[in-house]
Every structure is written in C-alpha cells, then in structure tokens.
Design a protein around this ligand. Structure first.
Ligand code: LLP
Length: 418
C-alpha cells in the first residue's frame, strides 16, 4: 500500500499534485511519501510486537538523512555497511546502540569510527576481520560486541546478483566453521561474541527460506550455549520482497508472525535489517519525455532519466511500473522507454504498453524508493537528480539537484599541470 494515486487522470503524491512538485523542482526527480515510509516501517516493526526486537533500517537502500531521520523518529535503528553510512546514520540522529555494521570488507578506519561511536555490534564476515577488530578495539581500550554472519547455505530463490546465503557466495562464514569461529572469538580480549547473524538475499517472496535459515541458526545457538557462549542477539538480516509487478510477497504481518512463533521462548533480541520493504514503494522517479522516435520495429520514448538515475532495469533487468503523470486516455502503444546515455543498456522499460505519450509529457516510474537514488551516478556527466519529500499537502526538498559545478568541484581546485 502506498500513497501515490491517480485521481481524474492526475497523479498525486499523498495530497499533492505531482505536476506541481515538478513545476518547482524539475526532472528527473525522486519523490518520497513520508506517510508511506511511516506506514511501511510501522507495519513491519509492529509485526514483531510480541518478541524483543530492533528494526534496523538498511541504509544502503535509501541513505538520504531526511529519510533516515524520519524513520528514526518512528523507532528505527540502522544496518550500515560503511563508514559513510555510519556518518549518515549519526547525522540522522540514530541511536548508536541501534546500529549494526555488516559487510565483507570493513576497513580499519571504519572499524575505528564504529567503535568510537559505540555501535551495538559488528556482523563479522571472516576470521581476518575478527582479528582486525580485536586489535583495533584493544588499541582503543574497548571491547567490540560481535556476531558472526553465518552463511547457512539456503537458496533464497531470488535474482543471483542479490542471493547471498549460498555457500558459493562471498558472504559470511560457512555454518560448519561457526563453532571454531566463536571459540576463537571467545579467546580474544577485545571481542565479546553476543550475536548470530545471517542475511540470505534480497527481494525474497517466500517465508520458507527465512525459516530454513532460522532453523539452522537455532541449532548453532544451542551448540554455543553448551559451550558456555551466551548469545543475546539474533540478526536475520533483511530481504523481504515487495510487489514490483505480479510478485506476491508475504505481508510483513505474516512474516513477523512466522518468525515470532519460531523464536518464542528464546531469550533473544531479534534484529531485522529491512530495506526495500520499507522504502521501495515509498518512492517514485519522475521523468520527462524528451523525444519520441519511431523506427521500423520499435517505438521509443526517450526520457530525461537514464541508467545513471535508476540502474535497476539495466543491471538486473528489473521491472518498474511506468504510468503517465497526466493520463489523457490516449490509445495504448508499445514502447521502449530509454534514457539519454550512450549505451544500449540504458533503458527503464522494454516493450512496455503505455498510453501514447508525447514529448514534454511526464512519466512516473514506480517502486523507486529503494536502490534508486543511492545507486545513481554522474555517468555521462549528468548531475544527479533532486529528492523531494511529500507529507500530506506539503512537499519539501531533501536533496538539491546537482549542478555542473558539482560535477567538477573536486577537480577544479587543482591547477592544470601540462
Ligand atoms: N542486510 C544486509 C546485510 C544486506 O546485504 C541487505 C541488502 C539488506 C540487509 C537489505 O535487504 P532488503 O531488505 O533491502 O532486501 N541493489 C539490489 C539489492 C541489493 C541488496 C543488497 N543487500 C537491488 O536493487 O535489487
């Protein structure tokens, strides 16, 4: 459920006419609905009402500090994967005790920054990383709370690029090596093993892979208990899918009920790292048709948003629903919706049926609130899009459109040397 709706042929973001936002801020433009973000966060978080839990929003999917601050006010913590994301989370005033740090390649300075900030825990992905965290913690006179990211070898049945819990993936520690890892961790003076973590993939549309992973982690939990290693946190990662087209992912309520039931009676705090399910359908990308072009076998809509603005279709062949911002009820035609970038892979949709569109008109690309702006680049020297938040009948800028000056500002302070 989201608050981007059509009324009398006009697209609204909550109570605001999308055209009015575009008049002020131009295109390409990301628009987020605060009501949708809050609704999604609360639907997810409240699904776990009967077990202790922390919902750590996955910053990688949408890291705008205004989005983070809004979710923080609803009670969110943060799942981070870099020093930059830590910086953003802290700037958004997220409680460090609700921050978990994942990722296979944490660098020394990032570990130091996270220890300095006193985050809740590190999700450790290798034995070398464990040693590194130990050394740094000791040098700072601190003890780092850690969990190991366990690779449970379950198939999440999603796109191979976003599957992470199979044994051939680079993520986590093989479940068969887990006991050794925890025993080693226990010996280290700068380390306190407090959690078990896993994240098996993204855009999952079934609950079973989560439950399969959880079953394996529960066995590990019991084995660790026998060894006198007392685990307090179980982090199940993110990954719950959303509807882009015809997928029918479980409702967060169903997801929450299934996991809560499976964990009932365990003296654990569950940590969740949802990203897409909170932000995906809370944001859209608005783009303007620059030209229409008909060739012998294709109709093209050439729009002002390219793969640099939204790379998901090019990278994963993902489907994003597209609709006109003002529906004139014209005949349906089949289009390739393509960007201005000099690559054939620069498309937002292929063979898409849309009401006939003309140059100058606006299109809305739905489900762009997660892994949209954050994956954008300046490729082809295109300044990045602006971002706007809508709340009720108001809207405000949360990131300015980049300018040409922004394209070169880290270069032109350096004199030419020829
Ligand atoms: N936790 C960890 C450790 C993760 O690696 C991820 C996503 C999440 C949580 C959040 O997953 P979510 O709830 O959003 O599924 N760029 C791709 C998705 C990459 C996901 C990476 N990890 C896309 O556009 O589909």
């Amino acid at each position: 459920m989201h608050y981007f709706t059509e009324k009398d042929g006009n697209l609204y973001a909550e109570e605001v006419l999308v055209e009015d936002i575009v008049k002020e801020y131009g295109t390409p433009l990301y628009i987020y609905s605060s009501r949708t973000l809050k609704r999604h966060f609360n639907a997810f978080d409240s699904a776990f009402y009967n077990i202790p839990h922390i919902t750590c929003f996955s910053v990688k999917c949408n890291s705008n500090i205004h989005v983070l601050n809004l979710l923080k006010n609803e009670g969110a913590g943060a799942d981070i994967v870099s020093g930059g994301e830590l910086y953003r989370a802290l700037r958004a005033e997220i409680d460090p005790q609700k921050i978990v740090f994942s990722g296979v390649g944490k660098q020394e300075h990032e570990i130091r920054e996270a220890l300095q900030a006193n985050i809740l825990m590190f999700n450790v992905e290798s034995m070398e990383e464990l040693q590194k965290i130990n050394e740094i913690a000791l040098s700072m006179g601190k003890i780092a709370n850690i969990s190991f990211r366990i690779n449970p070898d379950v198939d999440p049945k999603t796109h191979p690029y976003i599957s992470t819990g199979l044994k051939e993936n680079k993520f986590g520690i093989n479940i068969n090596d887990a006991i050794y890892a925890y025993k080693s961790a226990k010996e280290l003076k700068g380390i306190n093993p407090v959690g078990i973590d896993c994240h098996i993939g993204s855009q999952l549309t079934e609950i079973d892979p989560f439950l399969d992973a959880l079953d394996k982690l529960k066995v590990l939990y019991a084995e660790l208990k026998e060894l006198g290693i007392h685990i307090k946190y179980l982090d199940l990662g993110g990954g719950l899918g959303i509807q882009y087209k015809e997928e029918e992912p479980p409702h967060p309520k169903e997801f929450g009920e299934a996991l809560s039931k499976a964990l009932m009676g365990y003296p654990l705090t569950l940590i969740l790292e949802p990203g897409r399910v909170i932000a995906g359908n809370a944001g859209v990308l608005i783009t303007r048709v620059i030209y229409t072009k008909e060739t012998s076998n294709k109709n093209f809509l050439i729009v002002d948003a390219g793969m640099n603005d939204l790379i998901r279709p090019s990278l994963y062949n993902s489907y994003h629903r597209i609709a006109p911002v003002k529906n004139m009820g014209r005949e349906i035609k089949k289009y390739d919706v393509v960007g201005p970038i000099c690559e054939s892979g620069d498309f937002l949709a292929k063979d898409r049926e849309l009401p006939e569109s003309r140059s100058g008109e606006l299109l809305c690309v739905f489900s762009a609130g997660a892994y949209g702006f954050v994956m954008s680049s300046q490729y082809n020297s295109r300044p990045r899009a602006a971002e706007v938040m809508v709340t009720g009948d108001e809207f405000y800028l949360i990131r300015e459109r980049e300018s040409y000056r922004d394209l070169v500002y880290l270069e032109d302070s350096i004199p030419f040397r020829n």
